[in-house]
Write a protein that binds this ligand. Structure first.
Ligand code: HEM
Length: 501
């Protein structure tokens, strides 16, 4: 393009931008109806903001537009709600207008590498959804998974503790949480044949999730390679356990899940892709939330002491101070509120880490009531996203909203009305097991180790913690700079645990 041409185009472009800015301002000050986010460069501006850091982009929009607004994208709109009324309306979905398959489809494509249309995703939900609910939302199902997870984790930490001996060592926090949860929960769910050497590839895929959204080969190459290796390992796992009519050497859940997959007309590779997408749903968020629980409690000495005292006292009074008896107790026999302070700390951690709901697509034109006198018209084909993170950080929802208050949920006052696991028919199916996994993890770490947070060089991390990573996923991720230093606990009770019964 020659210089003369540029002289003509540049003022035109600047004029156009000024007009968009004026329009944006007039819309943003409009206080009735459903405001639209207007970017200086139509579509591209908002799309870039969303792709770069979706949560922070939406959080800023919340400050500017309030509890409901829409973002125009090339193919339509994304309607965003973050008021209690708007989120409840969408979660409850009384008119059955929203299809959650839109979000599942993206997850299955990016993580599992399987391209399915909405109908295919619906069939997947219909076949696999009930199997997942039976395993993770019923006490019968959980009784089969939870004690194995506890005992495997015990063994894993016992070995780690023995390896440490009298020295201390630092670990990357997210990696340690990942190893503890991924390996032991996977074996509890998929049996001893589960290839736990897939851990590094799993973490690499999760860390690079946002890269998979940008289809530039060299940018996403290493994540795609990790995905291919994972798919190969899962395929050989399935081949080794599938007898032709059932799954050998694995708990009932794995057998039912793989039998349901075998009943579809998907290729072996795509079946492995669906399993991988499920595994990602099962572990990625749990690992992140577990990391944040350690960060919050280890940086608040008073909170940590109170939670640890509660753990010690309940293990002593209800399990004769024998942590193994606690771990072996079936899920159905453990009262849900057995560790009230720890439970509250987990809920408070969830409140501060969950950012976004699953993506939904409007099946027909529908009105969403998102506040007193505020109704938004969502058109057929528009996408809908619930910005849970901004709701949970709203001072009108709970005071001192930006700060971690470990005992917030004990009193039950000043707590949000909505759960961090969503609501309605698509509420998280793993919510019971996720909370249990994280609680058992924390209990065992406090029994085995003295712990402190340090940076990459081993210097203590106290007040100034690196901020969480909030880009492109539904739950924020602890900064990779945060490490944890472990020292084997010198107390008598721990030594007896380390040596086993
Ligand atoms: C702390 C860890 C976890 C968090 C924060 C979390 C959060 C969520 C959220 C926010 C949703 C979307 C709800 C909606 O949009 O309506 C969801 C959906 C889902 N989660 Fe979780 N989750 C966690 C762990 C798990 C685990 C361990 C499993 C499996 C064992 C699991 C399985 C699922 C499934 C299958 C769905 C889709 C439900 C549906 O659409 O019907 N999640 N989760």
């Amino acid at each position: 393009m020659d210089f003369a041409m540029l002289e003509i185009l540049l003022p035109c472009f600047l004029l156009f931008c000024s007009w968009r800015l004026l329009k944006a301002r007039s819309l943003s000050t409009r206080d009735e109806g459903f405001p639209t986010v207007v970017s200086v460069i139509p579509w591209v501006g908002a799309a870039l903001g969303l792709a770069q850091d979706s949560f922070n982009f939406m959080h800023k929009c919340w400050g500017k537009y309030g509890g409901g607004y829409k973002i125009p994208i090339q193919s339509g709109n994304i309607a965003i709600f973050c008021s209690e009324e708007g989120m409840k309306d969408v979660f409850r979905d009384k008119t059955r207008s929203f299809n959650a398959g839109a979000g599942h489809r993206i997850g299955i494509r990016l993580i599992g590498g399987v391209d399915m249309d909405l109908q295919g995703v619906h069939l997947y939900d219909k076949d696999l959804g009930p199997v997942i609910s039976r395993a993770f939302l019923t006490t019968n199902g959980l009784d089969l998974i939870v004690p194995t997870y506890g005992m495997k984790l015990f063994e894993f930490l016992s070995n780690l503790s023995n390896d440490l001996g009298d020295s201390n060592r630092m670990f990357n926090l997210t990696t340690l949480m990942g190893q503890s949860l991924y390996k032991n929960a996977s074996v509890a769910v998929f049996g001893d044949h589960f290839p736990d050497n897939t851990f590094d590839d799993f973490m690499h895929l999760d860390e690079n999730f946002s890269r998979l959204m940008i289809p530039i080969p060299f940018y996403s190459r290493s994540a795609l390679q990790a995905r291919n290796r994972l798919l190969q390992s899962i395929q050989s796992y399935v081949r080794s356990v599938w007898t032709g009519s059932q799954v050998e050497g694995a708990p009932r859940f794995a057998s039912e899940l793989i039998t349901a997959l075998k009943g579809t007309d998907l290729s072996d590779k795509d079946q492995a892709g669906l399993l991988l997408a499920f595994m990602w749903g099962m572990h990625a968020n749990t690992i992140r939330v577990a990391g944040f629980l350690f960060i919050h409690l280890l940086s608040d000495h008073q909170a940590f002491t109170k939670v640890r005292e509660e753990i010690d006292s309940i293990l002593k009074s209800s399990y004769a101070d024998d942590v193994k008896t606690f771990l072996e107790t079936p899920y159905s026999s453990v009262p849900r509120d057995e560790f009230p302070l720890l439970d509250s700390a987990v809920k408070e951690t969830l409140r501060l880490s969950v950012l976004l709901s699953n993506l939904r697509e409007a099946q027909r034109e529908v009105e969403v009531d998102y506040g007193t006198g505020k109704r938004a018209r969502v058109r057929k084909g528009d996408l809908v996203l619930l910005n849970m993170g901004s709701y949970f950080r709203d001072e009108a929802v709970c005071s001192d909203a930006d700060n971690f208050r470990f005992d917030r949920f004990v009193s039950g006052e000043n707590t949000p009305a909505l759960s961090a696991f969503g609501g309605g028919a698509h509420m998280c199916k793993g919510r019971l097991v996720a909370v249990h996994e994280i609680k058992v993890l924390f209990i065992l770490f406090t029994r085995f180790f003295e712990m402190s947070l340090v940076d990459e060089k081993g210097a203590p991390l106290r007040e100034k913690l690196p901020p969480p990573e909030t880009r492109s996923t539904a739950v924020s991720r602890p900064s990779d700079k945060i490490h944890i230093r472990l020292r084997r606990k010198p107390s008598k009770s721990t030594r007896s645990i380390v040596q086993g019964p």
